[in-house]
Design a binder for this molecule. Structure first.
Ligand code: ASP
Length: 337
């Protein structure tokens, strides 16, 4: 191993990791798209239509997650969980192969926050717009202002949540009060599943892009913004190295700049799965094992070879993978606790 690589390697304290953790020398697998959770299967289908005919990774990751944003049955987009005051507020980010990025946060009544994020990236000198300003920009760009009515499922869940709600800003109260954001959804009791889709892709030209869109944690405090719209936390792309995205308790992803960290671990030579694992370990180290047992965070990543991987804190996270030889299958994330 050349000296520089060796130094990076030993400074990570990775002596126990085998060489199989490092990037492979097999032919580059491209195009490829992966996305979080099982809703990723449908999203990947649309992304794949674009990638398989030579379209850009950027178009693929935007159009892919729009499928999930449109779904009224899912916990992403306007059909999703409201905040504690009964309003659906959305966060999204997008990043291309040239470090261009855009995001929106605390956006209300706009169906496709991911497309607004792309407009922020392409049409403004800024990276992030929030709240009223983001909505104003979206409307000026021709995005229709949708109704603020909750979807039927979200209304039911919210009414149910209200029955025992305590306006208590303790993080993860969803879990402790029986509204575990990571348990299988039980709409009749107000228990909902995860609330994010993150997608990363490499196109036939070998360029990487990523997207991430969410309604955030269910019944969150009004104004709360998670990791998903924060570049480096919920999403990061470095076209020389790889791309990563996150789902789960955003506060803990922000604390360690999670997706950026995953990409940096890949830069140091780890394959995507090991890079995600190291980032999960960083969260557990920061938070402590006992508190980490109360939350879920999952990362997924791809590198420039088209290797892919994911890791999470605890059982229950999965992600969807699609490339030419293996169309769209679900992988259970390996977990630490
Ligand atoms: N990461 C999202 C957030 O914290 C939530 C999720 O992925 O379920 O807003």
């Amino acid at each position: 191993m050349e000296r520089r690589k060796f130094l990076e390697f030993s400074s990570l304290g990775l002596s126990a990791i085998t060489f199989s953790s490092f990037k492979s020398s097999s032919p580059i697998r491209k195009p490829i798209v992966i996305s979080t959770w099982d809703a990723g299967i449908e999203a990947n289908k649309t992304a794949w239509k674009i990638l398989s005919i030579g379209g850009s990774a950027l178009d693929a990751v935007e159009k892919g997650v729009m499928v999930t944003e449109s779904s009224q049955n899912c916990c992403v987009g306007l059909g999703a969980n409201p905040d504690r005051d009964g309003f659906v507020t959305l966060d999204a980010s997008i990043m291309d192969h040239q470090f261009n990025c855009g995001s929106v946060a605390f956006l209300e009544r706009i169906k496709h926050p991911i497309s607004v994020a792309r407009r922020v990236m392409e049409k403004t000198p800024h990276v992030m717009l929030v709240g009223e300003g983001a909505q104003q920009f979206a409307v000026a760009e021709g995005f229709p202002l949708e109704s603020d009515k909750l979807s039927n499922d979200a209304k039911k869940a919210y009414e149910n949540w209200l029955k025992k709600s305590e306006y208590n800003p303790i993080i993860n109260i969803e879990r402790t009060k029986g509204n575990n954001a990571f348990a299988p959804p039980k709409l009749e009791t107000g228990e909902w599943n995860h609330d994010t889709i993150g997608m990363v892709a490499m196109d036939a030209n070998g360029n990487l892009s990523g997207s991430c869109t969410t309604s955030g944690m269910g019944f969150k405090m009004r104004g709360r913004v998670g990791d998903s719209p924060i570049i480096g936390a919920g999403l990061f792309v470095d076209n020389e190295v790889g791309a990563a995205t996150a789902t789960g308790q955003g506060e803990d992803v922000i604390r360690i700049c999670g997706s950026h960290l995953v990409v940096e671990f890949m830069r140091q030579g780890l394959n995507p799965e090991m890079a995600c694992k190291k980032a999960v370990e960083r969260i557990i180290k920061a938070k402590g094992v006992e508190k980490s047992k109360q939350i879920q965070v999952g990362f997924i990543a791809i590198n420039k070879q088209g290797d892919y991987g994911g890791y999470c804190i605890q059982k229950g996270f999965n992600f969807a993978v699609c490339y030419a030889e293996e169309k769209n299958f679900l992988v259970d994330g390996k977990f630490i606790l």
